[in-house]
Design a protein around this ligand. Sequence first.
Ligand SMILES: Nc1ncnc2c1ncn2[C@@H]1O[C@H](COP(=O)(O)OS(=O)(=O)O)[C@@H](OP(=O)(O)O)[C@H]1O
Length: 383
Amino acid sequence: MTHMSNYALDRLGSYVFESAVQFLRCWTNLRLETRPPLQLADIYFDLYPEEQDPIWGNPCQDKRHLEIWSKNKSCERLPNFLIIGPQKTGTTALYSFLSIHPAISSNRDSPETFEELQFFSGKNYQKGIDWYMSFFPPPANDNETRYLFEKSANYFDGTLVPQRVHALLPSAHLITILIPPSKRAYSWYHHQRVHNDKAALEFSFHEVITANPRHAPRALRELHNRILQPGMYAHHLERWLALFPPQQLHLVDGERLKSDPILVLNQLQTELKIRPFFDYANHLKYVDQKGFYCQVDSLNKTKCLGQGKGRNYPPMESASLKFLREYYQPENTALEKLFKRLGYPIPSWLEEELGTESQNNPQIPAEEISNNVSSHWENPGSQ
Ligand SMILES: Nc1ncnc2c1ncn2[C@@H]1O[C@H](COP(=O)(O)OS(=O)(=O)O)[C@@H](OP(=O)(O)O)[C@H]1O
């Protein structure tokens, strides 16, 4: 018996169990003993601690599971792609711009975590896949191709997330946005201050990033890690690439997303082979007052992201920038190699961080990048 959902055996499980007990009682001299369920669970998890966290597999991958799965459920209610983060890189902008596309639908908002479901990264995972699927629209009757996606910016660096995503959505495409890790760290620090994080209010940015994690008080240590860890881009990307083929991983230059989202979105559609093509030039416009691109609605009104996105704060002190450039140097070097390996152009911010901006870096056209990525979209259920 197991607490893991295997979709097919769920309904037969108790029948099989009863029959096995009857068989043992009838045909053997074994004396069977039992305990109340919670005690049994404690004993089981003491023996198999690694099984305490379930892993939800994909019911649509096995014909036998599909046959016995409720007719009210559909493999078409699982996302085709995910924006995995990291946090503060422009994930909300990409999420809302992609949602304008008529063939692309996102999840409905979660009352607890707003637009982010944070299914694979936290306690929501225990709620199971029916909970997850209920946030996505049921299939329409019109035979039109549609693409479902969600964004949860903390997926990127979550320890268990790649494994969980791979178990449920092995053919999903993963979009990650990268900006200078120092900028990301600074933005996160200000985000935490606005959200009244005690350590962020008490300590300066420089104090947080230079804190010695071994001797710092707990709150400072946690903030230090939370600020710096997600910026280990190459390390985290390799964790995803250990499970997903490079064709399913899409790297977006977050600085480009800010300065030229139309180009980025048009290019991303090409990479992901999304049909029909939707020209974002008619739907996004730079708004001086906001200092960012915003959506243009059908009445020609602009709709910008809220004040929590694109905050005003003083520029980073040069000592902090110098410290972070050195701190991230090995990771940024590994990232440059990774970009080359995957056939992506090196973002100019990365050259700047590494002090290699004088070298020639020919931009690879979108069509060439898209040749490296998968040639068609698969139903997330069918691998
Ligand atoms: N079009 C547009 N409008 C507003 N903001 C934009 C846009 N494009 C990118 N950005 C940058 O997005 C940063 C916030 O990133 P995220 O949305 O990933 O943050 S979060 O992790 O979801 O909290 C946010 O960071 P801050 O500038 O530090 O607020 C912005 O720099």
